[in-house]
Each structure stands twice: as C-alpha cells, then as structure tokens.
Design a protein around this ligand. Sequence first.
Ligand SMILES: *Cc1c(COP(=O)(O)O)cnc(C)c1O
Length: 426
Amino acid sequence: MSVLEKITSEGAIALEDKYGAHNYHPLPVVLSRGEGVFVWDVEGKKYYDFLSAYSAVNQGHCHPKIVGAMVNQAQTLTLTSRAFYNDVLGRFEKYATETFKFDKLLPMNTGAEAVETALKICRKWAYEKKGIPENQAQIIVCKNNFHGRTTTIISFSNDPVARKNFGPFTEGFIKIEYDSLQALEEALENNSNVAGFLVEPIQGEAGVYVPSEGYLAGAKALCEKHGVLFIADEVQTGIARTGRLLATCGNCSCADKHCSGTPEIKPDVLILGKALSGGAYPVSAVLANDDIMGVIRPGNHGSTFGGNPIAAAVGMAALDVIKNEELAQNAFKLGELFRSELHKFVEGSTIVNAVRGKGLLNAILINDTEESSTAWDICMALKENGLLAKPTHGNIIRFAPPLVMNKEQLLDCISIITRTLQQFEK
Ligand SMILES: *Cc1c(COP(=O)(O)O)cnc(C)c1O
C-alpha cells in the first residue's frame, strides 16, 4: 500500500488496531497535517492542538526554521556515530550549554534515555566523588512521578499499570511524598548513601501538580546541605512551557522579565527532551558542570544516534525559535489569561472542580471519579468542537497548546472549552 493512497480515519485506525501493539489508547482522530497551533485530520477537519505531543511541539507544528534546519542537514550528513566527530554537535553543545548555563552536555534521543543517563551519572559521581561504597548508592524520587518507560525507570514508578508483570525491578531508589520538604529531609537525615534527588518541577503526567511556593528552592537547599545531587527532570516542563525557559529558572539567559527576582534553583543535573527538538526529531540531553559530568569517560555511556548531526541542527534551531519568538514570555502571559478565564468558569461550575498550572501547562479537574468516563467524554466533545486534548489519570484534562499561540486564538480556544464544558453541567 502506498503512503500516498488516500486513507479514511476508520481505515487508519483499523490498520493500527490490527497490525500495531496496543500500548496506547488514543482519541479516535487521525491526523495528517500540522501547522503552528493547528492540526488537520485525514478528512480535512481542523483542530487546535491542546496537547502539543505532551509538550514536545512547543514551537508549533512544522516550524519552518526547524524543518528547514532538519531538511538542510538531512541532505548533507545524517549520522556518523560518535566513533567520529561531526561538524554540528560541538556547535549545538556550545549553544545549549551557554543557553542553560552548564559546562557540559551529554546528548541522547528520548526523554527516558536522558533520565537513565542522569541516573548513571549520579551513581558514578556518588562512588567517585562522594565516596559512597560501591553498589550502595540510593536516589530519592517522588510518589506519582513520571520519568519514562525503561525497566529501571518503572522500577521507581508507583503506577500499577506501568509496572505490573514487568519485574524484577532495579534497586537503589527511595520513594517519598512530592511537595514535602519534611519527607525529603527525613529521607536525607542519617543516610549517607543518598546520591541524588530526582524530581519534576511540576508533575505533568500525574495531572499537572504544581508544588508549593518555595518547594524547589527548599529541596535544592536540603540537597546542598547533604551533599546530594539535585536532578531536575524538565523533559516536559522545560523549554518555555511554564512561562520561563525552565521551570527551575532563576539563572537563565532567556531575558524574560518574569524570570528575575525568584530564588535561584539551579539543578546540579538538568534533563531535557521533548521540545528540545520542537517535536521534529527525538533529541534529549543531560546537562551538568564539569565536577559532575567529568565522571563520564570514553566507553562509560553512549548512543548510536545520540548527538547525530540532524539532532544537533534541529536542537539549535528549536532553541533559536524559543528565544527569537519570545515563547517563554508568551507562555507566561497567555497562561495567566487562560487560568483567569477558566477560574471564572469554575466558580459557577458543577462539572469542573479546579484549574491549575503554570504558563501554558495547565489542567482542569473534572468533578467525577477517576474510573468515570466523563473526562474522556469531554475530550470527545472537545474534538467535535475542534480542539484536541487528552485526559490524564481518568478525571484530569491537561491543556498544553503550542506556545506560538496568539491571544485571539487562545480566547477562541477558551470559548470552545467553556462552551463544551457547559454541555456537561448537571
Ligand atoms: C515524557 C517524559 C519523559 C520521557 O520521555 P520519552 O521521550 O517519552 O522517553 C520523562 N520525563 C518526563 C517528565 C516526561 O514528561
């Protein structure tokens, strides 16, 4: 069958159903084109994308600068492996480390790989720099985390669906309550084998849980006090999504006027993915300073595709777009507008309990049980009304449009969302 042959939505879904593993439960919409904040299905219906591929498409669909860089590099040199140098990787590493203010970058492809990389760096640092006895290092993680799908990462997940029958699991992790400095302090006290604390600045998959003011700075201070690495997984929150270049921002060069004045929460290890490529290509990275990244020596770690010329070219273009189009500032402004308008709706609503989020990473809590189909039904109605979003954890709907949205489009979306929710009022 040719890829150019016309296919209906039903036809495409039937193919995936018959020939694909059933590891996802997608909304029944088949997309064939995207541009900016919009996507189109195979029948030509146009939608606002309010998921942005889980915040990978922050720069908007098919951004011409990112696609241009990718096509240009694809026609020149695609892959050398790291057995040889290529003439793009170093430039990307310089650009990214200057942007995020770290000494070094280690390139990978997917978010999960970058998390794995950070865990390996942390453990090696613990043995070689902190002096933890071999094989004794422990890393603190948070309940309800989402860091990816590898066997080690699911070892410290508490989602039964992600874990069941995938054991045995990797040891060396301590799980504590999210957003609790007391829990972190207790886990650090009297345990000299703790090497790191891995945390999402906002728990995205868990349902956009924004921690209390001061939590991240407090956690960083506790890590410093105990000589433990603060590892920020900004795969979803990073790259302007939450209204700053990073959700842990405070020491960045994004020139965002909303950035300054906050306590500096510079992670020891920063994990990026998703929007690091603007959704064009799998590009992820771990950033750290020399005293930490220096533990990685030739042969310790690697990836055939990590740091390939296309990824490097795409990564540079993707960061360029964020800066040139001031997407952090735009996400900040539009996020304020989105939440204030939805707050107004929530006040008189029986179907929505709350709206929360930061920048353009937001969620609404549906007034029904996790087991109910209400959130799914609302997403189906939103789809009918021209807006695509997906429930997370049964009764929470995440709203994360591309950051290239303008105010007029956002007001249009708010109107679609509130009109749709109105249909579900009891
Ligand atoms: C998506 C995500 C990952 C995993 O990224 P993949 O590219 O899907 O492997 C890790 N951490 C967080 C916070 C994420 O949102």
